[in-house]
Design a protein around this ligand. Structure first.
Ligand code: NDP
Length: 246
């Protein structure tokens, strides 16, 4: 059992300023990785997270990079890999949700959500893979809605999470021969800014464990998939949902 299994590794996490991404950044850093993470709006929260991790003896830095800009994201990954001399772990976490029936949401909304939730996963993985070798890992934060929408108004968001689930399998085939693993973590309802109180009320009765998940409970699985115990695990999707899908 390694106490700091990610010691000496470098990681890049998209959307690390808040919610699940912030928990992932913290989890990887506490396990020894040097973590670069992106944010767009929450610069104050990003700085506070960097300070917290440094105070705890870890290494993290925040860079502003909008996942909607594929070229900018790839550049940020190149700069981080060059600065640290290597890249071992990419976590594609940044994502946005949208709600609304097909009669209401315009096609432009499809493009906006897909640029961040899907195109950036392709662009980020493509950029990161150039810097990775044997032992590299890519983890994408999908969602259980890839498998079951559950409620009306979720077509675009569900489709985006379905796309990254299939892309995970494709990436696993492409990068496996180089010793790089690629996996997809599918959270159920997690208590973050993404889920306002009315969503909690709607989903709570459907969760056998009777509560919303914590961001740390998703981050723990991400850290495991990035670590030395998961080297034969690739092309897979994992649910963390309190039994919501059972
Ligand atoms: P939050 O809304 O709480 O946080 C989103 C994070 O992503 C923030 O750090 C935000 O940064 C960042 N972000 C948003 N847009 C962009 C962008 N264009 N470029 C870069 N960063 C961006 O969401 P969660 O933590 O809840 O969700 C994280 C991931 O988990 C998403 O992919 C989401 O789809 C997925 N997920 C969440 C579930 C949940 O119940 N919460 C369930 C299933 C999946 P900033 O504020 O600085 O802009």
């Amino acid at each position: 059992m390694h106490v700091r299994p990610l010691e000496g590794k470098t990681a890049f996490v998209t959307g690390g300023s808040r919610g699940i991404g912030a928990a992932i950044v913290r989890g990887l850093a506490l396990q020894g990785a040097t973590v670069t993470f992106t944010y767009v709006a929450a610069g104050g929260a990003a700085d506070a997270l960097v300070d917290d991790i440094r105070l705890a003896g870890g290494h993290a830095e925040a860079v502003r990079a909008d996942s909607a800009d594929a070229e900018g994201l790839a550049q940020a990954i190149d700069v981080a890999a060059a600065a640290h001399g290597r890249l071992d772990i990419l976590v594609n976490n940044a994502g946005v949700i949208t709600h609304g029936p097909v009669d209401d949401l315009p096609v432009e909304e499809f493009d906006r959500v897909f640029a961040i939730n899907v195109r950036a996963v392709y662009a980020g993985t493509r950029a990161a893979a150039k810097h990775m070798g044997e032992g590299g890992s890519v983890i994408t934060v999908g969602s259980i809605v890839a498998d079951r929408s559950g409620f009306p108004g979720t077509a675009i968001y569900s489709a985006s999470k379905g796309a990254i689930k299939s892309m995970t399998r494709g990436f696993a085939r492409d990068l496996g021969p180089r010793g790089i693993t690629v996996n997809n973590v599918q959270p159920g309802p997690i208590a973050t800014d993404m889920n306002p109180a009315y969503v909690e009320e709607l989903v709570l009765p459907l969760i056998p464990l009777g509560r919303m998940g914590r961001a740390e409970e998703v981050a723990a699985l991400v850290a495991h998939l990035a670590g030395p115990e998961a080297r034969f695990t690739t092309g897979a999707s994992f649910t963390v949902d309190g039994g919501f899908m059972s």
